[in-house]
Design a protein around this ligand. Structure first.
Ligand code: PY5
Length: 305
């Protein structure tokens, strides 16, 4: 069984394999214990160039995830960057693309001593559009708490951590919502299931700090810089659950989600129920930035062709 996502080749440990041949054995440790780290990266086609957004930052975070779990990986940042660009060229992509580097602990016996297991590195990439079909979404505050940084390193983007996100996502979908916001164990706002969160209140942009146990999101970091450059005040601080309900604007930010307006939380309308002016402004600037239309931020773009 395979799935056709419109890609021809997958990069595996330095070689290209046909999409349908990119398989793993059932004794792959990562399948049993969630021992994989990964990235989600987007590349945008602007008509004559394919730009990978903040490629170096994503690769750095991947290597930090590897380090936090003590996996070992036989490639440095420059080699991974080159491999990712090569994968996009090999697939001849001239369209918007999602890139998923995946580093997993490979085949081994049933135990937890992963030290001697081979690390398999994959670079998967395929044409991709929107993550959320709707322009604005309705979310609930999950009954599940976000994994705590005292349990697992939350700065690491680890496959196993996503069982927590999936519980929250399923709970939300089964109750008719589009997604969920997770609180941390202190009851403060943390993040979405696969997105960071930002609120606007009285013209000030508020977002939970790294110490709330969020993933150190690259979209979040970029938007903080863009918003400040545009003259907005941005505050990274703990947020109460109740602040969600009284926010003027609320939106998710992330590679997959890009900037997704949140129109309702737990059935309560946010602001006037539409997409607010700050969200609109950031969305429009961000859309231009990723396609190379704003000179100042071209430093974030890695051309492929
Ligand atoms: N928080 C979590 C839990 C995430 O999974 C993600 C990204 C983010 C925040 C945002 O980080 P960034 O801006 O660096 O992307 N999630 C992945 C993505 O590609 C996968 C989601 C299923 O957006």
């Amino acid at each position: 069984m395979s799935i056709d996502l419109g890609a021809k080749y997958v990069w595996h440990n330095g070689e290209f394999v046909e999409w349908n041949d990119a398989r793993v054995h059932v004794m792959t440790n990562a399948l049993h214990y969630g021992t994989g780290v990964f990235e989600g990266i987007r590349a945008y086609w602007n008509g004559d160039q394919l730009y990978v957004f903040r490629l170096k930052d994503h690769v750095t975070r991947l290597l930090n995830s590897v380090k936090l779990y003590g996996f070992g990986i036989g490639y440095n940042a420059d080699e991974l960057i080159a491999a990712i660009k090569e994968t996009l060229r090999k697939n001849e992509f001239r369209t918007d693309v999602y890139i998923r580097p995946l580093v997993i602990k490979g085949v081994g016996p049933i135990g937890l001593d992963i030290r001697k297991l081979k690390t398999d590195v994959y670079i998967i990439a395929f044409p991709y559009g929107r993550y959320f079909e709707k322009e604005g979404i309705e979310v609930m505050v999950s009954s599940w708490r976000r994994l705590s940084g005292q349990t697992v390193p939350m700065l690491a983007k680890v496959t196993g951590h996503y069982t927590n996100s999936i519980l929250a996502k399923l709970e939300a979908l089964n109750r008719g919502f589009d997604d969920a916001i997770l609180l941390n164990e202190q009851g403060k706002v943390c993040e979405g299931t696969g997105e960071n969160i930002m609120a606007v209140r009285d013209g000030i942009i508020i977002t939970p700090p790294l110490s709330a146990g969020i993933l150190d999101g690259i979209t979040r970091k970029s938007l903080i810089e863009v918003a400040k450059d545009a003259g907005f005040m941005v505050v990274e601080r703990d947020m109460e659950r109740s602040e969600l309900y009284v926010a003027d604007e609320l939106f998710f930010v992330g590679t997959a989600a890009e900037i997704t307006p949140i129109l309702k939380v737990d059935g309560r309308t946010i602001g006037n129920g539409g997409v607010g002016p700050v969200t609109k402004k950031l969305k429009s600037v961000f859309t231009d930035i990723v396609r190379g239309k704003v000179e100042k931020y071209n430093k974030w773009l890695e051309p492929v062709w």
